[in-house]
Design a protein around this ligand. Structure first.
Ligand SMILES: Cc1cc2nc3c(=O)[nH]c(=O)nc-3n(C[C@H](O)[C@H](O)[C@H](O)COP(=O)(O)OP(=O)(O)OC[C@H]3O[C@@H](n4cnc5c(N)ncnc54)[C@H](O)[C@@H]3O)c2cc1C
Ligand SMILES: NC(=O)c1ccc[n+]([C@@H]2O[C@H](COP(=O)([O-])OP(=O)(O)OC[C@H]3O[C@@H](n4cnc5c(N)ncnc54)[C@H](O)[C@@H]3O)[C@@H](O)[C@H]2O)c1
Length: 449
């Protein structure tokens, strides 16, 4: 058993833990980071990045199908095995690359499950580590249904590592993961069902755009089953999985995947020994992201904060905490406008205030059909819509975009919100031509010059 001492110890090497480690090391602290599974955490190994790798093929297929009326001929099919190889070429080197990066920066790294012994001491197999400050960055894991037969259900990591795409799948949930994975599985040729405990798809997003998205997915064959409250899961003799709902409905498919939210990894850390408290679905933190024990912070998916649980928010919280440890006089964490994107076909991006909130505030809403913009028309995109929310002074305070490039377009609006720009200000920007940026400056608030 070895005993080591560092200025700062970090538990969890996802986007949050790693961002904190590099920022603290650059600030002159001795740092150790502990990981029990894959270095890099959820996002690059079994979250955002592998999903977007797979999405490349889905986007190419969509584009060919849309251009069927413009000279592109032939059926496009996804070869899942080759696509998966493409994804693996990206994901497999991640752990090794992260370790090289830590070594090059001089950040100590230890492998194993970490648990608190007291508010300065953490134990992992064969090693005890003391640090003046600890940062808990342990992320979250898929919420289980905890019903009989729950163990037959697969999760996001299983989906993103599927050797073959099953003929028929169910996604349990109606949020980000369910919509995104449905889109991928559908393009790969699976029959797709979505079962929702309630009747709201993508809660909190623009209702008109979600309705359009659901209609598009339904037209492509996705079966939405609402108010489907799974109380038992069983397996058939030939290895298929049956979901049984409380109202007697059943659904039998080749594989069923959990997409019913995520649970903060708070329960296997012995945090009580460090005086750290849990609140809601994560660790209780104050406006400085300090836990109930002042010299221990929590960041990323595991922190109970009212912001979307995303990679950019996790990294921003971590950089903030590093700054606070380096300079305790720093003020509270302030979040800039935060864009969220659901990577469907098309994608749904939102930032700032939504239409539902705008209507209660007396703000104005401008709606755009972008399908005739050259950037969309040239691809014959069937759906391309935007809504911009303006306050009483005409300053942009929110936007929703439902379109193939919503993930990029929403960034323009995010910048505009952070810079407190009006539509007229956005029109003054000079962008490359012809591009979606130049389309936007041309059409935003008044049409073509
Ligand atoms: C399928 C999917 C798709 C997603 N897509 C997007 C997207 O497109 N865009 C986006 O912004 N976000 C996306 N997210 C969310 C994003 O992945 C997370 O917000 C982000 O990874 C959170 O970072 P984190 O560092 O807080 O946690 P994590 O990345 O989960 O890292 C936490 C790490 O801590 C380790 N750990 C936990 N407990 C211990 C312990 N006791 N000892 C040692 N190590 C421990 C874990 O093994 C893990 O590696 C997606 C998530 C999923 C599941
Ligand atoms: N593009 C992105 O940025 C992205 C993509 C994927 C995941 N994520 C992150 O990961 C988190 C988890 O994603 P998610 O889709 O699992 O969660 P989510 O919170 O987005 O959606 C959960 C869904 O499951 C439903 N649900 C809950 N219990 C259920 C049950 N027993 N049966 C059926 N439905 C049930 C909810 O009503 C909701 O529709 C997201 O909230 C987000 O923070 C982000």
């Amino acid at each position: 058993m070895t005993l080591e001492h560092f200025d700062v110890g970090i538990i969890g090497a996802g986007p949050a833990g790693l961002s904190a480690a590099f920022a603290l090391k650059a600030g002159g602290k001795s740092v150790v980071i502990i990981e029990e599974y894959l270095w890099g955490g959820t996002c690059p190994n079994y979250g955002c990045d592998p999903k977007k790798m797979l999405l490349a093929a889905v986007e190419a297929k969509d584009q060919v199908e849309h251009l069927a009326g413009a000279g592109v001929v032939g059926d496009v099919k996804l070869d899942w095995t080759t696509l998966m190889r493409h994804k693996m070429a990206f994901t497999e080197p991640i752990t090794a690359r992260k370790i090289v990066g830590l070594d090059e920066a001089g950040i100590a790294h230890r492998y194993g499950h970490a648990e608190f012994v007291d508010d300065q001491t953490v134990q992992l197999p064969g090693n005890t580590i003391k640090a003046n400050n600890w940062i808990i960055a342990t992320g979250a894991r898929p919420a289980r249904l905890d019903v009989p037969g729950d163990h037959y259900l697969l999760d996001n990591e299983d989906f993103l590592n599927l050797a073959t795409m099953p003929d028929e799948i169910t996604l349990i949930g109606g949020g980000f993961i369910a919509i995104e994975f449905a889109n991928i599985a559908l393009a790969a040729g699976a029959k797709v069902h979505l079962v929702l405990k309630h009747d709201v798809v993508l809660r909190g997003f623009d209702r008109d755009m979600v309705a359009t998205m659901v209609a598009e997915m339904t037209a492509k064959g996705v079966n939405f089953q609402f108010m489907f409250d799974t109380d038992t899961v069983t397996q058939t003799a030939d290895g298929r999985v049956t979901l049984h709902a409380t109202d007697g409905r059943t659904l039998t498919v080749a594989a069923a995947f959990l997409a019913a939210g995520r649970k903060g990894n708070t329960d296997q850390l012995n945090i009580e020994a460090a005086g750290v408290q849990v609140e809601g679905n994560g660790i209780k933190v104050d406006e400085y992201l300090r836990t109930t024990t002042e010299h221990i912070y929590a960041v990323g998916d595991v922190a109970n904060l009212p912001v979307p649980k995303l990679t950019p928010t996790s990294s921003a919280e971590a950089r903030y905490v590093a700054g606070h440890i380096l300079n305790p006089a720093n003020g509270p964490m302030v979040f800039p406008a935060t864009p969220v994107v659901v990577f469907g076909s098309p994608k749904l991006g939102e930032v700032g205030i939504t239409e539902a909130v705008a209507l209660t505030q007396g703000y104005s809403i401008e709606s755009f059909d972008m399908s005739h913009w050259m950037g969309y028309y040239r691809n014959l995109e069937p759906v391309a819509q935007a809504k911009v929310i303006l306050d009483q002074q005409g300053v942009i305070v929110g936007a929703s975009v439902l379109a193939a490039h919503a993930d990029e377009l929403i960034n323009y609006f995010t910048s505009a919100i952070n810079r407190k720009q009006t539509q007229a200000d956005m029109r003054k920007e000079m962008y490359s031509y012809p591009s979606l940026g130049s389309d936007m400056t041309a059409f935003m608030g008044g049409g073509m010059d």
